[in-house]
Design a protein around this ligand. Structure first.
Ligand code: F6R
Length: 608
């Protein structure tokens, strides 16, 4: 949520800042702005809306500067308006601040500063930081920032400059991600490495309560006690460099089509055929502890939560563990019994979702083993967990998660198989699972070869206002995820339901204007799904099914059917979700929606 980029060096700063903002736009697109210092003046330019608006505005300006800070916003405090856009400045327009996160005690500080005659322009929490630094400033920006930050309660990634201090940018981190890029006599800072990876692959991942001071030919990192730290520079892998749409109309479509590869990356080098088991290097340091775990809790949000729900069913099928799945935003407030016999597994694409982070911090306090399945290497969740597995799925830029969901499901299966093989899963069963996993990439490719039918059916249903999605057992989470995809990118109301729950309420919604998407593979739930579909047909409801070619009765009963290849029950949802991702995508496209940047959303949610 909110993207930050900074540059300090010898090149023109604005093109670098604009390029970074475009790459960070997935984090928020309510407004954008930058501040650079030109001949000792703090020049601030900002606009409401997308980065392209800022680009248009700055095209008409002649500004030369080689250091500056920039921001793309997802609004928390104060509506999206120019005055609420970042950077925020102090009373004398000397100090500029960009901020990702939330300052919880901003009202208290604001009142104090107003009494000291500071004048505020915006409704934001961020503006108090500029004024607080101004209040503490007596010639040394570092000292003023250190003093000010100690007053702040909340989360922040900050970039700060002062017009009177040539080529100095101060970066501070608590809770929100910030990465420092080290170039040759030039330094960068950004909310994620993708924004700066075109300029350098040498990165420093700041930890909480660390501050980086960037100058034109040197940098150093300190803690809040003003001690210099010796932080390691990490080399970013080539594969996560330079991301573009590769000819696809949207990132979401590209990412849907990348699934054969991202699924393969999730299991590559992680299957031992000869032993019918998986091998996960990231879990090896904790394997003895893992074998003795009594309870397993999966915590996550949104799409990752739905992957976790399915993970629970997979774990229950393959292990003897007592497994729960919890919404991270609820988990942290509950009075759960957690100790060293409990493993808490965080699922997160971004590795920085604030609710998930808060949940695992709570679990850590109570001594639980912390595990993660994370896509973003070096992210906060990856750092805090005791052990974990990376998705290696490449960046997911489309706000609606697609390839990470299927990748998470593969990795959850690998972890369940690993534990299950120490328990009662036999070599034969393990081998069958491995064979099925290996076939997934080609089965997904097969679905992706025949998308015209999905496109046609989507066109037929694009004008409906409400949809019900139903599924049973392994495909109950598929129903939830299918509905989420539709609502978030097309703004159509869609509800996911356990098919058996329909008769307890939602069936009253059904009529000819309320179609149902029934996820009904040819598995042990087939007969019950047939009954549910009949109940809907009896009430004039339309049925779009996701099923297998040999489930003839489902196909006959459906108004429209997407058929997908058959695999074992625990993996079938990976194939079933693909047509539903595309169905949502084509409907949103037909409705002219902004698919990669749906309104009110941001890719990584760093506020609770
Ligand atoms: C929906 C979506 C979100 C995320 C959720 C968690 O398509 O992308 O619901 O799944 O915000 O994000 P991560 O996985 O980054 O923790």
């Amino acid at each position: 949520m909110c993207g930050i980029i900074s540059y300090c060096g010898k090149r023109e700063a604005i093109p670098i800042l604009m390029d970074g903002l475009k790459k960070l736009e997935y984090r928020g697109y309510d407004s954008a702005g930058f501040a650079v210092v030109e001949n000792g003046n703090n020049v601030v330019v900002k606009t409401v809306g997308k980065v392209s608006n800022l680009e248009a505005k700055r095209a008409g300006l002649q500004i030369n500067s080689s250091f500056g800070i920039a921001h793309t916003r997802w609004a928390t405090h104060g509506k999206p308006s120019e005055v609420n856009s970042h950077p925020h400045t102090d009373c004398h327009n000397k100090i500029s601040v960009v901020h990702n996160g939330i300052i919880e005690n901003y009202l208290e500080i604001k009142e104090e500063l107003i009494k000291k005659n500071h004048t505020f322009k915006s409704e934001t929490d961020t503006e108090i930081i500029a004024h607080l630094i101004e209040d503490n400033f007596s010639g040394d920006l570092e000292v003023a920032v250190l003093k000010s930050v100690k007053r702040l309660v909340g989360t922040f990634g900050l970039a700060i400059l002062h017009a009177d201090i040539d080529h100095q940018i101060i970066i501070v981190k608590r809770g929100s991600p910030i990465i420092i890029g080290i170039g040759e006599d030039e330094y960068f800072a950004a909310s994620d490495s993708n924004a700066i990876s075109a300029y350098t692959n040498r990165m420093i991942y700041l930890s909480d309560d660390e501050m980086a001071v960037l100058n034109s030919n040197s940098y150093y990192i300190k803690d809040m006690r003003n001690q210099i730290l010796d932080k390691q520079i990490e080399i970013l892998e080539e594969e996560i460099f330079k991301e573009d749409k590769k000819g696809y109309e949207h990132y979401m479509l590209k990412e849907i089509y990348e699934q054969p590869e991202s699924i393969e990356n999730a299991f590559r080098g992680r299957l031992i055929e000869g032993e019918g088991v998986s091998k996960l290097g990231g879990l090896e340091p904790v394997i003895d502890r893992l074998k003795n775990i009594k309870k397993f809790i999966i915590v996550s949000c949104g799409t990752s939560y739905y992957a976790g729900l399915l993970g629970r069913y997979i774990f229950e099928t393959l292990t003897e563990l007592n497994v729960e799945t919890e919404l991270a935003s609820e988990f942290r407030y509950r009075r759960l019994h957690l100790d060293e016999n409990v493993a808490v597994l965080a699922l997160s694409q971004s590795g920085e979702t604030a609710d998930t982070l808060a949940a695992i911090k709570e679990a850590k306090r109570k001594g639980a083993l912390l595990l993660g399945i994370v896509n973003m290497v070096g992210s906060a969740i990856a750092q805090i967990t005791d052990a974990g597995v990376y998705n290696h799925a490449g960046p997911e830029i489309g706000v609606a998660s697609t390839k990470i969901y299927t990748s998470q499901l593969v990795i959850l299966t690998l972890i369940a198989l690993l534990i299950g093989r120490y328990q009662s899963v036999s070599f034969i069963e393990g081998s069958e699972i491995i064979n099925a996993i290996r076939k997934l990439p080609s089965q997904v490719s097969e679905i992706l070869k025949n998308t015209e039918q999905i496109e046609e059916i989507a066109l037929k249903y694009s004008k409906y206002r409400d949809f019900l999605y139903i599924g049973r057992l392994f495909n109950y989470p598929t129903a939830l995820e299918g509905a989420l995809k539709l609502k978030e990118i097309s703004y159509i109301h869609a509800e996911g339901y356990a098919a058996g729950e329909m008769k307890h309420g939602p069936i009253s919604l059904i009529d000819q204007n309320f179609p149902t998407v029934a996820i009904a593979p040819n598995d042990l739930t087939l007969d019950k799904m047939i009954s549910n579909i009949q109940e809907i047909k009896a009430r004039d409801g339309k049925i779009i099914s996701v099923t297998n070619a040999d489930a003839h009765r489902i196909i006959e009963m459906s108004d429209d059917a997407f058929t997908v290849p058959r695999t074992i029950d625990i993996l079938q949802p990976i194939l079933n979700i693909i047509p539903l991702q595309l169905f949502a995508y084509y409907i949103a496209r037909n409705r002219g929606c902004d698919i990669d940047k749906p309104r009110n959303l941001a890719k990584s949610v760093t506020v609770e």
